[in-house]
Design a protein around this ligand. Sequence first.
Ligand code: IMP
Ligand code: MG
Length: 335
Amino acid sequence: MPCTVVVGGFWGDEGKGKIVCYLALRDNVDFCVRTGSVNAAHTVHFKGKVFKLHMVPSGFVNEKCRLLLGAGANLHVPQLLKEIEETGVKGRIGVDNQCSIIEEKHTIQDRTNAHLRGLGTTGWGVGPAIEERVKRTAKLAREVDLLKPYLTDVAEEVNKAIEQGKNVLLEGVQGFYLSLYYGTYPYVTSRDTTASAICSEAGVGPTRVDEVLIVFKAYVTRVGTGPLPNELPREEVIRRGWFEISGTGRERRAAPFNYQLARRAVMVNGATQAALTKIDILFPECKGVTEYDKLSEKAKKFINKIEKELEIPVTLIGTGPAIYNIVDRRKTLQT
Ligand code: IMP
Ligand code: MG
């Protein structure tokens, strides 16, 4: 803090939702800004419920936190309204006047266009809506009656907050290797997913950011088509306990942690620290641990190797799905 960008280091689904929740509560975050679109799902375990958030920022768990969707975001209005209801954030969420809108026709195009099917898109209509935006024919949030109560100037709000020394979190979505520019093109999403792009979508200049926290999972997963180096056969993924179902209900492919890919993600994102999630899946004895010293030797060795290879500190270590299943080393490492 005060202004931190959270990004995904692989193909999304690294556990950013949980990390953002932890920071929102632990660091008393005042503003949580989400960008991107509904193709991303952030999973949040909170008060005995599991939320799969496609639109509402994960910082909602902190009741004092203002929630915003930046101008670069691409809104699916029915899903947004549904999540606002579910999370009960009506009075404290704002959407930028200039967010673009996913219309029904975009969803149909995403689900019927053979080329997009071949890429294994999530089918929400995000890509076609972005195409429309680039053509300069898109519908914007300011034209949607149902959004009137939420409209705001996000850039203005966020920059003011930063100036006042408030704690601001920019919640990135998806992952580095899904980036339109740096990912495994053409098997990528329709936007850049790096820290710089998140800042741009939120209306925050690069000089305003203090930390870039990159989130890696202890192993790599990918949904949809496209290359996944060292991909394991499905049976082996199941045997290792790495089998996961995505927010859109699809099976995730999996591979071991990849240092080379992680290094490049750190470089292009300008990451200053890393979070490592799901360490308890690799080392079950670490489940629920909250102190670094109580992690097993094998787990510590793995973390040390990551720090050595990436040359940034691993400050947060996820040890289970609950928000406080985390080892927070930020004080001891003095980043
Ligand atoms: P689209 O973003 O729906 O156009 O899908 C393009 C590719 O990105 C597909 O392979 C999707 O599975 C993948 N993708 C998009 N968003 C996410 C995400 O948040 N997590 C994981 N994969 C994603
Ligand atoms: Mg996800």
